[in-house]
Design a protein around this ligand. Structure first.
Ligand code: IPM
Ligand code: MN
Length: 317
């Protein structure tokens, strides 16, 4: 028996997460799914987007299945997902990008860099510090090496030609990779963004600091047909949260056209993380089969609704 917190959040999170949760329920009817409301809609209703009790609830679960939370219209509350990443110690963001021409894993440092929270706005200037620590770099490099050890090689993306923090990141990460005996290369992040588009077959596991990973994963999504397909795992030493790379997409919310593939692949990653390799694989295969039958949502040129796609996956299962 497992306890899974299910956070639909806002926008299309409320459409794709029910599909992902239904797939999970069909594979594990015995697992407890605990709905937790977080985000903009809750803030509108109650004045709070997330509180300490929510964090405690999520921490007590074996994993979190997370949709997307809209940011506050005028900064009334800080980012819910950033607070969760911090509170649960989710320092590794794993973003597999698997398509016809591409089989990559972006390993994004998830706790520091420009997201370290060291910011100030003054009268005539604003400043966000980009913090790279040895401990933070070593622990994400170990995660990346662990993944690369089961695959081909590791590439470190950076801007060490210009930024001191990146020379530090590169040197520390290289040290970890050498110790682990992982085949290694590195590339400037700007050139890497273009080369990943041109020659994805050259890359396997790519390790990047926080903001570069944010951008690179969206860039690489080009190969799989867009953001509607990419899942991610936010991992820490004791907690795990699975969320689509896409956001709450208010522009298409409520129309039943959101692509649930990213959310379904999050369920597969969650199962894998909790040791159920077999069902993770079954779910991945079911998604692939449905797509191969040209049952596709409009973002991929099809006419299926979110729910129709979900039902087809359940039938395959
Ligand atoms: C992502 C998102 C988040 C990020 C936002 C919503 C805080 O873009 O998960 O890629 O910047 O990390
Ligand atoms: Mn992003």
């Amino acid at each position: 028996m497992r306890r899974i917190a299910v956070v639909e959040g806002d926008g299309i999170g409320r459409e794709v997460i029910p599909v992902a949760a239904a797939a999970l329920r069909s594979l594990h009817p015995d697992w407890e799914q605990i709905p937790v409301e977080l985000g903009l809609e809750r803030w509108r209703r109650t004045g709070t987007a997330i509180d300490d009790a929510d964090i405690e609830m999520l921490s007590s679960c074996d994993a979190v299945l997370f949709g997307a939370v809209s940011s506050a219209p005028n900064g009334e509350y800080p980012s819910v997902v950033l607070r969760l990443r911090r509170a649960l110690g989710l320092y590794a963001n794993i973003r597999p990008i698997m398509g016809v021409s591409c089989d990559l894993v972006v390993v994004r440092e998830n706790s520091e860099g420009l997201y370290a929270g060291r910011e100030r706005i003054e009268e005539d200037r604003a400043c966000t510090e980009r913090v790279i620590t040895r401990a933070g770099t070593e622990r994400i490099a170990r995660v990346a090496c662990g993944i690369a050890a089961r695959r081909r090689k590791l590439t470190i993306g950076h801007k060490a030609n210009v930024l001191a923090a990146d020379r530090f990141f590169l040197e520390v990460a290289r040290g970890v990779a050498h110790c682990a005996g992982i085949p290694l290369d590195d590339a400037f992040i700007d050139a890497l963004c273009l080369d990943v588009l041109r020659r994805p077959e050259r890359y396997d596991v790519i390790l990047v600091e926080n903001m570069f990973g944010d951008i690179l994963s969206d860039v690489a999504a080009f190969h799989v047909g867009g953001l509607g397909l990419l899942p991610s795992a936010n991992l820490g030493d004791g907690h795990a949260l699975f969320e689509p790379v896409h956001g709450s997409a208010p522009d298409i919310a409520g129309r039943g056209i959101a692509n649930p593939v990213a959310a379904l692949r999050c369920t597969a990653m969650l199962l894998d993380h909790l040791g159920d390799r077999e069902n993770a694989h079954r779910l991945g295969t079911a998604i692939d089969r449905v797509m191969a039958q040209s049952i596709l949502t409009p973002d991929l040129g099809g006419t299926a609704t979110t729910q129709e796609f979900g039902r087809a996956v359940l039938e395959e299962l």
